[in-house]
Design a protein around this ligand. Sequence first.
Ligand code: NDP
Length: 246
Amino acid sequence: NHILKNKRALITGGSRGIGAAIVKRLASEGADVAFTYTSSPDRANEIVQAVQALGVQALAIHADSADAREVVAAVEDTVNKLGSIDILVNNAGVLAIGPIDDFTLADFDRTFAINVRAVFVATQAAVKHMKEGGRIINIGSTNAERMPFAGGGVYAMSKSALQGLVQGLSRDLGPRGITINNVQPGPIATDMNPSEGEFAEILKKQIAVARYGTVDEVAGLVAYLAGPESGYITGANLMIDGGFSA
Ligand code: NDP
């Protein structure tokens, strides 16, 4: 019952948080996995060890999603070392929050380079190699559709941009038997969004199930989308937000 046996996956931003859970989950389903990281080499190494213990190949690639050349190189590295690429998970993302009067153009550009441009660049590089049955999964956000507090406009816009991208690219890739979807999490307990504290308590009031989600809950949905049963889902924006946007 290893549904991803003989599949090769690349996950961007796999050293911590949601990305690390996805790396481990796809590996536990039998996939060989490569993942990128930037500033957490020790965490990346721990993930490699954990994955190798599952008996599949693991490859940690230092690549900054802000740099398109490094993104393309990460895809090529995956193809060269694992043999090809069947699954791409665009997970790396940054959250820059600030009021409209102070928000810098540097934060705007960095948000778009990592959350939007890198997704397009990695997708373009990966589909050169992907065969029928290929899977592209982006980690968007429930904030693409609902941003109930100030200061998050640019982040929300970056995640809304992914909706247009997957809807459009589903038309390019559908005839090739490749699906592309957005997974849109609500508040998930990670370094980016800790589940305790003042801000967390405000968020919890907006969540129908009144709790944060776990990285493993998101990884489970990604594993399903990466697998053979999800072939009729494409161009979709799938909420996994405990009813945050309901
Ligand atoms: P974390 O900040 O906890 O982890 C981010 C991961 O991405 C780390 O592995 C980090 O690697 C990597 N990363 C960050 N910047 C870059 C970069 N420039 N190049 C390559 N890798 C990078 O975030 P989460 O796990 O919480 O978030 C993951 C995704 O989920 C993001 O796209 C985020 O927007 C989205 N999301 C998160 C939600 C949440 O509540 N947590 C809700 C909705 C969406 P390293 O440490 O090695 O630099």
